[in-house]
Design a protein around this ligand. Structure first.
Ligand code: MG
Length: 227
């Protein structure tokens, strides 16, 4: 019997893919408006390359962008990018439609709810606070550095904090190679939410096979009843 539901955060509770795309688009636009001598498209491609090389938590994306474009370092242009990025980021940091009603219904049914997410803890908590979801969950496990998904460890930690056995948990996430795989290795049931840029992934091994696939978070309630 399922007693707890453990959610992923990015691209599961809100549209992270859209948020990041829009924030970067807005940053590039603002930098060009502030005097960056290039076309928006070219700057966007160069920025995407910087992010893929240095990772999303790197601090100096825009310095590197100017460098990659062969432009002189210009603090005003960089600041314009930073401000525009954060403005758009805030705008799109809203839960998927149906998220809060679903969480409330799960609670009403007596289920415990948790989060297992990877990333810098302060950054992940900042998202939860801005989403208005910080106080919804009985357990939040943020893995930074080692023991990230698809390790079963963060999932087992969440089950222990929720006071349930792994076999009594179902995890809900967008990534087969992280959420589904990690949850299954921990002995949990797994629901794939087909959202964001990883929605078309195919299972690479048995651990990546979800028990159920849903396209909106609102379908999770019904999916749990079929497990
Ligand atoms: Mg995710």
């Amino acid at each position: 019997m399922i007693k707890a539901v453990i959610f992923d955060l990015d691209d599961t509770l809100y549209d992270t893919t859209l948020q990041v795309d829009k924030a970067r688009e807005n940053a590039v636009k603002a930098m060009v408006a502030a005097g960056l001598q290039t076309e928006e498209e070219k700057a966007a491609a160069a920025l995407a390359e910087v992010v893929s090389k240095k990772g999303s938590n790197y601090e100096n994306h825009y310095d590197d962008l100017l460098n990659a474009l062969g432009c002189e370092n210009n603090p005003k242009i960089i600041a314009a990018g930073v401000v525009a990025y954060h403005e758009a980021k805030k705008t799109y940091l809203v839960p998927y439609p149906g998220t809060i009603p679903t969480l409330l219904k799960l609670r009403e049914k007596g289920l415990r709810i948790g989060i297992v997410t990877d990333g810098r803890p302060v950054k992940q908590w900042e998202k939860l606070i801005r989403l208005g979801l910080a106080d919804f969950f009985d357990a939040v496990v943020v893995s930074d550095g080692h023991e990230q998904k698809p390790s079963p460890k963060p999932f087992l930690k969440a089950a222990s904090e929720l006071g349930v056995r792994p076999s009594e948990c179902v995890i809900v996430g967008d990534r087969l190679d992280r959420d589904i795989s990690g949850g299954k290795k921990a002995g949990m049931r797994a629901i794939q939410l087909t959202r964001g840029k990883h929605s078309r992934m195919k299972p690479a091994d048995a651990h990546e096979e979800p028990d159920c696939i849903v396209s909106t978070i609102g379908d999770v309630l019904h999916a749990i009843q079929t497990l």
